[in-house]
Write a protein that binds this ligand. Structure first.
Ligand code: HEC
Length: 150
């Protein structure tokens, strides 16, 4: 029993610094959270755009992988806007928190269209993929026009 307790104490002594780290400084910054999400989305969106524009050869498998990442990351973004506006260096307009319903609609449109893109990309039909890529890109623009500083 004593040995079990010691093991438990040891396990907690390892866990507590890790937990503390997870709730410190930058690791609890919602601005950094959402900017990181958008950075990843931009990362995966660019090669898809290049394939659509013909700047690089279409690779359906590669395209589908990027599309799935965008759809997955899109799902976490609302977390980075909760309980704002937040302090820090941000391009997010304060209007986001004045029109939460409209912002949520634009976020949802993006999540739905990007999920649809990931699904269509699996099918490999170039014309369909292009059409859905454009629809998805329009949801980026719709939100940036209203809620992101130039
Ligand atoms: C629902 C609103 C919304 C949608 C949809 C949206 N964005 Fe954004 N985006 C923002 C806001 C707001 C910021 C500014 C975040 C900040 O600075 O706090 C931003 C920032 C960015 C950034 C800069 C990230 C950085 O490094 O700071 C990139 C890149 C970006 N968006 C790309 C995209 C792309 C590509 C799409 C679509 C595939 C998209 N966004 C869809 C609202 C949106």
């Amino acid at each position: 029993m004593k040995r079990f307790q010691q093991a438990l104490v040891f396990a907690f002594s390892l866990a507590i610094p890790v937990l503390a780290l997870a709730h410190n400084g930058d690791h609890a910054d919602p601005v950094r959270y959402r900017q990181s999400g958008y950075y990843l989305i931009g990362w995966h969106f660019a090669p898809m755009a290049a394939m659509i524009k013909g700047e690089r050869p279409m690779d359906a498998k590669d395209f589908a992988t990027h599309a799935q990442f965008v759809a997955d990351i899109a799902r976490v973004l609302p977390e980075g806007f909760a309980n704002g506006p937040h302090k820090g260096k941000t391009d997010a307009k304060p209007e986001i928190w004045k029109n939460p319903g409209d912002f949520a609609d634009k976020m949802k449109a993006f999540q739905e269209q990007s999920a649809q893109l990931a699904q269509i990309a699996q099918g490999g039909d170039a014309a369909q993929i292009k059409g859905q890529f454009i629809k998805t890109a329009e949801t980026c623009k719709a939100c940036h026009d209203d809620y992101r500083k130039d």
